[in-house]
Ligand binder design. Structure first.
Ligand code: COA
Length: 371
């Protein structure tokens, strides 16, 4: 194989929301709801809402804070969703702007010009619109020739996007591909739902993937990759273009992300650990050769469980780095952001694994070796 991850780039919104701030807003909403519905609650017609807690969130998920495109809207108890100003069609769309910033960062770190790139893949949980493709808008803004397309595989969008780029380079279709993962997730989250209001954060990450001839001596050689999907309704959003034609039209709340967190946890962890070990054997790699696992970032306890099964032993934090404390769950971007932030200290020949998992279910593995 002669495909190399040349560089990565990151964009983060300016504003963050801590667990304490989020919980204070949620609990103010609960208090108001329970007061407004006191009679119905007393009659047993309406169920009282329970408060959220920072201690629960941190222990259950490892999340301490998250970036958001609009803090005021998220923390406004009468709104509890980010405020997004509509933009004229002539202006760069919000998610394209985030993606372009991450892509420019990746190009700059590689010392590459847009002219060096042949294709753009925009891969994320949700696209801002259906057409024209977000990737084509970003391609245009970056001044890249060639082609671009959008794709989506929920939390595995990042790795599946990478694997598409790797395949295109291996087949000779392109020499240099930008994979851009703009995950603007907070507008997809029901901030009034106690079970999930803390889960997501906004980010965009980009990865420049090149043929080894073009890449030169720097970067990460791809040693092997695999994709896997198994249908499950345990993480689902019914948001889609049919909503407006449905009678009755679904309520706003019914279009958000919903999950059976416990079931996801129980089903996904063994599935992913098995996949990693099977893939490793297939590519002639051994767990003891893996210096670091850059795992999907949904839940710290999931990562601990998967990493322990893969390593077959207790492990140090730096062997499976976690970015949840700062970023929360950033859907398809998580494992790529972990790689971006924590790929230091590798000698040539040392190996690691980028692995995503989540809704679908879906899971993707990309084994890499430092050049
Ligand atoms: N604050 C305080 N308590 C809460 C709470 C909150 N915000 N949300 C739930 N609880 C309570 C529940 O009521 C429950 O109480 P009970 O035991 O008295 O019934 C208890 O905490 C446990 O709830 P549960 O939903 O079972 O929590 P959990 O330990 O499974 O953690 C997740 C919840 C979502 C963090 C966890 O299931 C998870 O991360 N799953 C992985 C899936 C995932 O993150 N997917 C994202 C897409 S990839």
């Amino acid at each position: 194989m002669s495909v190399v991850i040349r560089s990565t780039g990151l964009w983060v919104p300016e504003e963050t929301v801590s667990n304490d701030e989020l919980v204070a807003c949620f609990n103010a909403y609960v208090e108001k709801f329970n007061a407004d519905n006191a009679d119905a609650i007393a009659r047993g017609n309406v169920e009282a809402l329970n408060p959220s807690s920072t201690a629960f969130i941190e222990k259950a998920s490892g999340i301490k804070s998250r970036y958001t495109i609009d803090k005021d809207g998220v923390l406004d108890v009468d709104r509890m969703r980010p405020r997004v100003k509509p933009r004229p069609d002539e202006e760069l769309a919000l998610t394209a702007e985030a993606g372009v910033a991450a892509a420019r960062d990746a190009l700059e770190r590689a010392g590459r010009d847009a002219r060096d790139v042949d294709a753009v893949i925009c891969s994320a949980t949700s696209m801002q619109r259906t057409y024209p493709c977000m990737a084509i808008e970003m391609q245009n803004a970056l001044g890249i020739e060639g082609f671009g397309f959008d794709m989506t595989v929920a939390c595995s969008s990042g790795t599946f996007g990478m694997i598409n780029a790797i395949n295109m380079i291996e087949t000779g279709m392109a020499k240099s591909v930008l994979v851009i993962v703009p995950e603007i997730t907070t507008p997809q989250l029901n901030f009034r739902d106690r079970d999930s209001h803390f889960i997501f954060g906004d980010v965009a990450v980009a990865m420049l993937i090149e043929h080894e001839d073009a890449a030169g001596a720097d970067g990460w050689r791809v040693l092997g990759r695999n994709m896997m999907t198994r249908f499950s309704n345990n993480i689902r959003s019914n948001f889609g273009f049919l909503n407006a034609s449905e009678d009755p039209e679904p309520a706003f709340e019914d279009r958000y992300f919903v999950q059976e967190g416990r079931k996801v946890f129980k089903e996904v962890c063994p599935m992913v650990a098995d996949m990693i070990l099977t893939d490793m054997a297939h590519f002639g790699l051994k767990p003891e050769e893996m210096k670091r696992l850059w795992l999907h970032q949904a839940n710290i306890n999931m990562n601990m469980m998967v990493a322990k099964k893969v390593f077959g032993r207790d492990f140090e934090e730096h062997e499976a780095p976690v970015i949840l404390d700062e970023f929360a769950n950033t859907a398809g971007a998580g494992s790529l952001v972990a790689f971006h932030r924590h790929n230091d200290g590798f000698e040539p020949g040392e190996k690691g694994l980028i692995c995503s998992f989540g809704a679908g279910y879906s899971a993707g593995t990309v084994f890499v070796e430092k050049l």
